[in-house]
Design a protein around this ligand. Structure first.
Ligand code: FO1
Length: 318
């Protein structure tokens, strides 16, 4: 049994904003000490030598109440005096970092430089900030999402933030993935899970980097627990971010049927939105049971309802 987990865990694969908001609903439905989150590190970045893990931090800040709700990332009410000063002194500061957020990156970077693995640093930051669930990076090894564009390959945050995800995406590669091993706790979280849930995160850039760790994919494919995913595509559009354009430019369909095709063989159930109910049969054609629900997370009540629908479909709640 995993330390601190009182019963078989509910294991959630999650990216950034959508994943974090979904998790708020999950912990309204199951006790947080039963929840283990496997987080994406593919969009980690090192601006000014600081190690930033945006997706891990979005989960951390969202579930500890520090999140800037409006933008979905960063610290509520944060100032940017450090970054402003850096700019005045000639730094190329295109990645916005708030002052309080920088404090977290200083602590993380210092620990990593001492040789501590990312999973251990993340556990300590989570404990200090009072995160109620267990958050584990998919891997402690270096794994970076690289985006292929007509002008060449660029790092994920260069594509996403610096270029405002305006480039046409012609390919995605997870640098380092072949040799990446699951971080401590990841294997147990998948092997011993009562249920596995794939959060409504971008399948290509939030979930795929987690699945790119060979042992994670292998464990998911051979799991005994039911696995349920929630479609982040509703009515042909992503609720947030470039998922729909990205799916299309890479030859997938920007619909729950396209999401089902990507997850085929890995999940048992796909929760799709009411307005996509007519696509249920096409989801089923991939050997995946469709469950129709209201998937729009407007507020705490709708987040809880969606989490309940997913966990119910996974048989994780009575
Ligand atoms: N997103 C932006 O659009 N612009 C930024 O300058 C930016 C800075 C940033 C700093 C820390 C952090 O944890 C997240 C940050 N994000 C920023 C969000 C983040 O880059 C993306 O939302 C995710 O990587 C996509 O999942």
């Amino acid at each position: 049994m995993i330390r601190g987990v009182t019963a078989s865990p509910v294991t959630v694969l999650a990216g950034g904003v959508g994943g974090a908001r979904f998790l708020q609903g999950v912990i309204d439905v199951v006790p947080p000490d039963r929840v283990v989150v496997i987080g994406n590190v593919g969009d980690d970045v090192e601006p000014h030598g600081l190690h930033v893990s945006p997706d891990l931090d979005t989960v951390l800040y969202t579930l500890t109440g520090w999140i800037d709700e409006t933008q979905g990332w960063g610290v509520r009410g944060d100032t940017d005096r450090a970054l402003e000063r850096a700019r005045e002194l000639g730094a190329d500061a295109w990645f916005w970092l708030g002052d309080l957020d920088i404090g977290l990156h200083l602590a993380r970077t210092e620990a990593l430089r001492r040789g501590e693995p990312l999973s251990a640093v993340t556990a300590r930051l989570a404990e200090r900030l009072g995160l109620p669930l267990r958050l584990i990076p998919a891997t402690d090894d270096r794994l970076r999402t690289m985006i292929d564009t007509p002008d060449g390959e660029i790092e994920f945050q260069t594509y996403y933030v610096r270029h405002h995800h305006a480039d046409r995406v012609t390919g995605i590669r997870f640098d380092g993935a072949e040799l990446a091993r699951p971080a401590p706790g990841v294997i147990e979280a998948l092997r011993d899970a009562a249920a596995i849930v794939v959060a409504p995160s971008n399948p290509l850039i939030s979930i795929a980097p987690i699945l790119a760790v060979p042992d994670v994919r292998m464990l998911l494919a051979s799991r005994s627990a039911p696995c349920v995913a929630v479609s982040p595509i509703v009515g042909g559009r992503a609720l947030r971010g470039p998922a729909a354009d990205m799916l299309e430019s890479l030859g997938h369909e920007a619909s729950p049927a396209g999401v089902a095709a990507i997850y085929a063989g890995l999940i048992d159930v796909l929760v799709i939105d009411e307005r996509d109910a007519d696509l249920a049969e096409r989801v089923e054609a991939h050997g995946i049971r469709p469950v129709v629900a209201d998937t729009i997370m407007r507020d705490a009540a709708s987040r809880e309802r969606l989490a309940r629908a997913a966990l119910d479909a996974a048989g994780a709640i009575a």
